[in-house]
Design a protein. Structure first.
Length: 138
């Protein structure tokens, strides 16, 4: 399964948009859809397990989420392994949602949402200066 692949669990769909290597990090970007539930949005960025196909998990560094109605943009950063594998496996065991009308009311929805194999971009990216990006081959 390459980026732009979707996994469903119940009414919730998760679509991986990108898997990138940026300097010493491996980053994964995803869109989450709450189906026909406009009353729900993710309370936080859910835990994501990213591992090599041999089972070795990557160390999580950071996670961010930006809900927007039934959609949420999610981003995770992981420590880059010494050897960057060509394929990865990703899974989200459950997602905590909050009701939009009553933000203190939570609902946990169990998955799992599984993506396997994920194939990162062919050319790792390296930060250049403050804002620019360039391909590793340049």
């Amino acid at each position: 399964m390459a980026p732009n692949a979707t996994a469903d669990a119940g009414e919730i769909s998760a679509t991986v948009l990108a898997v990138d290597v940026v300097d010493d990090q491996r980053c994964l970007t995803e869109i989450l859809r709450a189906g026909d539930r406009p009353d729900l949005r993710p309370a936080t960025a859910p835990a994501l397990r990213l591992a090599t196909q041999r089972g070795g998990p990557l160390l999580p560094l950071d996670a961010r989420g930006m809900p927007r109605g039934r959609l949420a943009w999610l981003w995770w950063a992981f420590k880059r392994p010494v050897f960057v594998p060509a394929r990865l496996e990703a899974s989200i065991p459950s997602i905590a949602f909050q009701h939009r009308a009553a933000p203190l009311s939570h609902a946990d929805i169990d998955g799992p949402w599984r993506f396997s194999p994920l194939v990162p971009l062919a050319s790792p990216l390296h930060a250049e200066g403050r804002w620019g990006l360039r391909g590793a081959s340049h």
